[in-house]
Ligand binder design. Structure first.
Ligand SMILES: CC(C)(COP(=O)(O)OP(=O)(O)OC[C@H]1O[C@@H](n2cnc3c(N)ncnc32)[C@H](O)[C@@H]1OP(=O)(O)O)[C@@H](O)C(=O)NCCC(=O)NCCS
Length: 315
């Protein structure tokens, strides 16, 4: 039996090795299981966005597993401790080291800390990936919400579909709104992460746009919804966000998509939102994968519509 790996925090000097490991692990897994390795491109360079964003957002919370003899990086796992929960971001093990308990060894200490703090642990993982599904469910995660990953190529001249009602009122968030967005999300789904929204609105690492739809009639001053989009070429993705209802979700999504002209962004939408999904099909959106949100411990039932994201996976 091999010596157990050494588990230690990742630092800024690990950026190159982390990007290489993420790229290699994803290409190898998707190519061997789904013949879709090409999806991740030929270079590890775009994967630098993960250690960069996570290093800026949660410095010292990325964990690496290293070979005890050679020091070689065998695995990475990103942890996001928030007031209401502990979230797990991308987890990956080098292809040659898989099936030896590396991912479990990286995740168990953070799960123990979440348990000791009385917080649930949350993550979103591919429903097509039996290896990660098995890892997470063996660690106690129970799936609760299924999402479909959708893509749409936005013409360079903008969306051709007629803007849904409310799209004209969607505006860019102000720098001082992080607390307002975080309070709304916490009230809707029991997830508190003001730190993330402050990070997007500072917009110093990555390239974020945050859209808001207000409800002038709401006496509490809560927004009807908000939606963040990553415009970094390494990650063209819409989310995270939360909307009170389907009409708000459509208005926000139309605005966020129309701002990505000439690109093909991906976003996740709850499969249970059949009306929303039907409209997105009518807009020309296509499914590319399925993801499932899971938790260890009780999580409050969500109201409204949530968009999770792959970067940063903090909710
Ligand atoms: C998913 C991934 C991180 C797993 O890493 P790993 O280091 O091989 O995982 P571990 O060896 O620690 O744990 C795997 C667990 O799944 C279990 N397992 C694997 N396949 C299984 C199956 N079909 N049914 C039941 N259990 C299964 C193993 O027994 C083990 O559980 P145990 O520790 O209780 O015995 C790795 O496959 C990977 O890097 N994949 C590519 C990147 C990726 O997809 N990341 C996830 C993004 S959502």
């Amino acid at each position: 039996m091999k010596t157990p790996p050494l588990i230690a925090p990742l630092g800024p000097n690990d950026e190159e090795a982390v990007a290489r490991l993420l790229h290699t692990a994803l290409v190898a897994w998707y190519e061997s299981r789904l013949r879709q390795g090409a999806r991740f491109g030929e270079s590890h360079e775009p994967f630098r966005i993960f250690p960069r964003v996570y290093g800026a957002l949660d410095a010292g919370e990325g964990v690496g597993a290293r070979d005890a003899a050679t020091g070689e990086l065998l695995g990475v796992c990103f942890i996001h401790d928030r007031p209401t929960h502990v979230a797990f971001g991308i987890v990956a093990t080098a292809p040659g080291a898989q099936g030896r308990g590396v991912a479990r060894a990286m995740m168990e200490p953070a799960l123990a800390r979440a348990r000791a703090a009385g917080k649930p642990a949350r993550l979103v993982s591919s429903a097509l990936n039996l290896d990660s599904f098995s890892l997470y469910t063996r660690l106690g995660f129970a799936p609760h919400t299924l999402y479909q990953d959708m893509v749409l190529t936005v013409p360079t001249t903008g969306l051709v579909v007629v803007p849904p009602p409310g799209a004209e009122r969607v505006r860019v968030a102000r720098r001082d709104e992080a607390g307002r967005l975080a309070n709304f999300e916490n009230a809707q789904r029991g997830v508190s992460r003001e730190k993330d929204y402050a990070f997007f609105l500072r917009n110093e690492v990555g390239a974020w746009r945050t859209w808001v739809l207000d409800d002038e009639r709401d006496p509490t001053g809560e927004p009807a919804g908000f939606l963040v989009a990553s415009h970094d070429p390494a990650c063209l993705m819409i989310g995270p966000g939360h909307a009170r209802d389907e009409a708000t979700a459509l208005a926000l999504l139309w605005r966020a998509l129309d701002a990505m002209r000439g690109h093909t962004p991906v976003w996740l939408v709850p499969c249970a939102e059949a009306g929303l999904v039907r409209t997105l099909y009518a807009w020309g959106a296509r499914n590319v994968e399925l993801h499932v949100a899971s938790a260890v411990g009780a999580v409050p039932p969500a109201r409204g519509i949530t968009w999770p994201t792959f970067l940063p996976e903090t909710g």
